[in-house]
Design a binder for this molecule. Structure first.
Ligand code: FAD
Length: 384
């Protein structure tokens, strides 16, 4: 499909190299198989993680400890190409890099960093991020998971829900209430009292492992706490990192849907001509491209702000809200262009479409980002 606006001309040489490398990895190692993974509800994380590590994609925008240390736009471009494969693949990389490695890198002790970051960057250890609880999703401030001091140790009790990579993780970054406020804990998943059953029957993000986490008197040494942060700003700063990956990633999912729709419309003949030759189909395709190009430009702009070190959480909310919405609209429209074929896994569209329903919800629902923008624009808080 023609890149009409030549938006990628604004990428520099390194960013284009990363784009092309990730795209060919996705073309070779993901696209031929992901329909089956989705159908069977599996994600071969142990096989893929070392390859992703080798490509430098795990914690790629972090520096030191075996991380690639790229700029933010490069990280965004990589997320875009990964999610053109599947949102589950991008989720794996986002959770590993932005939700599990980032808090250790940013708020961890030297000991925590040198123990975990090199093996996580190499894909030898898998991480997860436990914030959401069964009764506390959009409002994590009410979380009930509690870590109590016992001498120099901590005793952790509680439960988390909807945790990506939970049952395959080697280490969980868990956020819990303490007598001092919310703290983060680095929890090896072999610690007695920790369990992580997988959540089944999902009809979205099926090629991604989602789990509950349970902590039953999990005893942790004093050194397990992230020393450099107290309060909700810890997990919220991680979410801002991961949302940046999402606002880029969904552009890839949307592009894959539009490409599938264009190619189908060019070859599917009804009433004696390709359906792409009908004005009603062209209207759909033109609007899909407008949405895609606007989302791409938003991602590029926010990437420049992040690279300049001035990106604000409200701006990330704008990108997450606008780009996920655009991607979901494109996926739904593309599905209609494919007619009956739009509902099978022989084509990527319905897979992206149902995945994007999760992406709309996680890392702050559409409503939460609307409220964030509303507050930024009016100065009035409508959250409560
Ligand atoms: P709720 O908070 O109960 O919201 C239900 C509805 O009410 C939503 O539409 C919401 O927008 C709306 N709502 C809530 N408050 C308001 C308000 N003030 N005004 C208007 N409407 C409101 N969490 C993690 O910690 N780690 C993970 O790795 C992770 N991975 C996930 C993977 C998947 C596939 C999914 C589906 C979720 C994942 N999550 C994860 C959890 C995700 O972040 C939460 O589902 C999300 O924050 C919403 O919480 P909830 O599901 O409890 O919905």
């Amino acid at each position: 499909m023609d890149d009409l606006l030549r938006i990628d001309d604004r990428l520099d040489g390194d960013q284009r190299l990363i784009r092309d490398t990730v795209k060919s990895f996705v073309d070779d190692r993901i696209l031929p198989y992901v329909g089956d993974w989705f159908e069977e509800a599996v994600f071969p994380a142990r096989e893929l993680a070392p390859v992703l590590g080798e490509l430098g994609l795990l914690g790629m925008h972090l520096s030191g400890y075996g991380c690639a240390g790229t700029d933010a736009t490069s990280y965004g471009v990589a997320c875009r190409e990964l999610e053109a494969g599947d949102s589950g693949l991008r989720s794996f990389v986002s959770v590993q890099g932005s939700l599990a490695m980032f808090p250790i890198w940013k708020y961890g002790s030297e000991e925590q960093k040198s123990e975990w970051l090199p093996q996580m960057a190499a894909g030898q250890a898998i991480g997860c991020f436990g914030l959401t609880e069964p009764d506390h999703g959009s409002d994590p401030s009410g979380m009930r998971t509690y870590a109590k001091k016992d001498g120099s140790d901590w005793i952790l009790n509680g439960a988390k829900m909807w945790i990506t990579n939970g049952s395959i993780a080697d280490v969980a970054v868990v956020w819990a209430q303490t007598d001092e406020g919310i703290r983060g804990f680095v929890v090896p998943t072999t610690t007695p009292g920790f369990s992580a059953p997988e959540i089944h029957k999902k009809l979205s993000l099926r090629a991604s492992v989602t789990s509950s986490l349970y902590f039953d008197d999990v005893r942790l040494p004093g050194s397990a706490v992230l020393p450099e942060v107290v309060g909700l700003r810890g997990p919220l700063s991680c979410l801002s990192e991961a949302r940046f990956g999402i606002l880029w990633g969904v552009v890839g999912a949307a592009r894959a849907c539009l490409e599938a729709a264009v190619s189908y419309a060019q070859s599917r003949v009804q009433f004696g001509k390709p359906i792409g030759g009908f004005q009603l189909t062209q209207e759909k395709i033109a609007w899909m491209y407008v949405g895609l190009a606007q989302a791409s430009l938003t991602a590029l702009h926010l990437g420049s702000l992040k690279d300049a070190g001035v990106l604000r959480p409200q701006q990330v909310s704008f990108g997450k809200l606008a780009n996920v919405r655009a991607a979901l609209d494109i996926a739904r429209e593309a599905r209609s262009v494919l007619g009956g074929n739009g509902i099978t896994l022989e084509y990527p569209v319905i897979r992206h479409m149902t995945n994007l329903e999760s992406v709309l919800t996680y890392e702050g629902t559409q409503e939460i980002h609307l409220l964030t923008l509303g507050k930024a624009l009016t100065g009035l808080d409508a959250f409560r």
